[in-house]
Ligand binder design. Structure first.
Ligand SMILES: [Zn+2]
Length: 251
């Protein structure tokens, strides 16, 4: 299997996962042209489009791709039906596309219908988990997003987090402000800044790395709780998450 990352719009990534027969799935096409260019350049055959949620910067390229490939199935949650989804999928569904088996995980929070597609070791998680951060709560509650992130945390450490945006530098800047005493976060911040200065991508990342450097996955951290003005060991942890998310929105 080969994973291809296509930069699109200002900071989006469109992901392609290709098998040995050059069949590929296209995840969250925000635009069609960059995808068509890569398909042509590598003589790839599109097998399906996968949509994680309804936002325009994830579905904007569907119509353009269908114009070229009219028969292409489009898998997505109910909220993407009006954006071109032809196959509506739900929690625990498994979809078979060529040699792939994608497991559907419902991850409400950023939007209410947000899903991820998991084909080990790849997790296409849209705007739920980013490297060093997580999606904004546009439709769901903090509790919903917190349990969505816990669901992702239950996957194997070697899971490759294929998120839909290059937000890592800004996220690590926030992480450094929230946990200034963490050497791990400090080191990762420096690493990310260096990568970005060289115009290189910082994703995919692994769940193992995220567990160490992503403050949103570390709501149990006592220093973090103190630093955001929460009484240490207060429960539930989703309230720590909520406070942290509010801080980030204002950062
Ligand atoms: Zn979004």
């Amino acid at each position: 299997m080969e994973l291809i990352r296509i930069p699109a719009l200002s900071d989006n990534y469109i992901w392609l996962l290709c098998d040995e027969n050059k069949h590929c799935v296209i995840v969250d096409p925000s635009e069609s042209q960059p995808v068509m260019d890569i398909l042509a350049a590598n003589q790839l055959i599109p097998a399906a489009i996968l949509l994680t949620h309804h936002h325009h910067d994830h579905v904007g390229g569907v119509a353009g791709l269908l114009k070229q490939y009219a028969e292409l199935p489009v898998y997505g949650p109910e909220e993407t039906r009006s954006k071109g989804a032809t196959h509506i999928v739900h929690e625990h569904d498994t979809i078979e596309i060529g040699h792939y088996y994608f497991h559907i995980m419902e991850l409400p929070g950023h939007t209410l219908g947000h899903i991820a597609f998991y084909q080990a070791p790849y997790l296409f998680c849209g705007d739920t988990l980013f490297s060093g951060g997580c999606g904004r709560l546009f439709e769901g509650t903090a509790e919903q997003m917190f349990s969505s992130l816990e669901k992702i945390m239950s996957l194997p450490d070697e899971t490759l987090i294929c998120c839909a945006h290059e937000y890592t530098a800004a996220n690590m800047k926030f992480a450094r402000a929230v946990l200034p005493e963490s050497e791990t976060i400090h080191d990762y911040y420096n690493k990310v800044i260096n990568i970005c200065e060289n115009n290189k991508p910082t994703v995919p990342t692994t769940l193992q790395i995220e567990k160490k450097i992503n403050v949103f996955l570390n709501c149990h951290n006592i220093d973090l709780q103190k630093n955001i003005g929460i009484k240490p060991n207060s429960k539930p942890l989703s309230s720590v998450f909520q406070q942290l998310r509010i801080y980030k929105d204002r950062f």
